[in-house]
Design a protein around this ligand. Structure first.
Ligand code: SF4
Length: 320
């Protein structure tokens, strides 16, 4: 999500207020095995999305860190702000914004959000396992249900979103709501290796079906597109076929963004699983976080062709 993709991407300096011992970093809330959950005080919950690359005006992330631990997860660099620069801490030190609803209430009162798209879960998954315990995302949706006229876009990999199906249906009457599920593969073995603690693709597909059957706009995010995995139509076609069969409205994609320390994590994964691709990735991403423009365009060609061939975006019955 960072616009500095073509530049070397240095580790972020810690923000003193957020780092351990800083005024916004609260105490431990709970732990489970190697994972600890810590409270993070919230200033403004909604952040302005300033990059012209992004299709939304505001972002909300109820958690920092995510224990699903996807090998490619670009968001690992954001733990640098918390003075936790290593890739593993992103999955084992989860920060919970328990004051998020109060912060959102303050911002809703200012009424600056009307009509502007708000994306929930741009950096970390709002329905990651912590949500079943802390219910921060749910608390925000309940608050949105007291307003109207917004455009809310939720991105997740988790069927836990179905817990809030009734609430989402109510929100969809008051606002425009979209839910996007991210998929990199339908192959359960590859998914388990790439996304070790994320729900299996089959469970995500079932959730897409239920949300679409409830009349919600549901998208497939083929995200990230990975050189060597998503270059040929035969590698992408199963995702498009599954998207059609499950009632998805659209399929979108973006190429891998790989800033440190995600780069170290993903290169280690490649060394283990696909050592044949490692030299190529070193060449493509060794000195940059995004693919060069020409390489990104090449990667997107078969994706765009299939999107058209499968008739996406599709209309949703009963909507203009
Ligand atoms: S689910 Fe999303 S936020 Fe969580 S580790 Fe995977 S890519 Fe990162």
């Amino acid at each position: 999500m960072n616009a500095q993709g073509s530049l070397p991407f240095p580790p972020l300096p810690a923000a003193p207020a957020l780092a351990a011992g800083g005024p916004r970093c609260g105490g431990p809330l709970a732990s489970r095995g190697p994972i600890s959950f810590l409270e993070l005080a919230v200033g403004d919950l909604l952040n302005r999305a300033t990059s012209p690359r992004l299709p939304f005006a505001w972002t909300i992330n109820p958690y920092r860190g995510c224990e699903m631990g996807c090998a490619y997860c670009y968001a690992r660099y954001t733990h640098g702000f918390l003075d936790l620069p290593g890739w593993r801490e992103f999955e084992t030190r989860i920060f919970v914004k328990r004051g998020a609803a109060a912060a959102l209430r303050r911002q809703l009162r200012r009424r600056v959000l009307q009509g502007q798209p708000i994306a929930i879960g741009t950096v970390t998954d709002p329905y990651q396992p912590a949500e079943s315990r802390f219910r921060v995302t749910r608390s925000l949706l309940e608050l949105f249900a007291t307003a109207s006229g917004l455009h809310l876009a939720i991105t997740t990999k988790s069927p836990l979103v179905l817990r809030d199906l009734d609430l989402l249906a109510e929100l969809d009457r008051r606002h425009h709501v979209e839910v996007s599920f991210s998929f990199t593969t339908l192959d359960p073995r590859l998914a388990r290796s790439l996304e070790p603690h994320a729900p299996a693709p089959r469970a995500r597909l079932a959730a897409v079906e239920r949300l679409a059957a409830a009349g919600l706009a549901v998208n497939f995010f083929c995200q990230p597109l990975l050189p060597g995995f998503h270059e040929e139509e035969k590698e992408l076609r199963p995702l498009f076929e599954a998207a059609r069969a499950s009632g998805a409205r659209d399929v979108v994609a973006s190429p891998l963004f790989l800033a440190s320390p995600a780069k170290e994590r993903f290169f280690a994964w490649l060394a283990e699983e696909r050592p044949d691709l490692l030299p190529r990735y070193r060449q493509l991403y060794g000195r940059r976080a995004r693919l060069a423009t020409a390489a990104a365009e090449r990667l997107l060609v078969p994706f765009r062709r299939l999107r058209l061939a499968h008739g996406f975006p599709r209309p949703i019955p009963g909507r203009a």
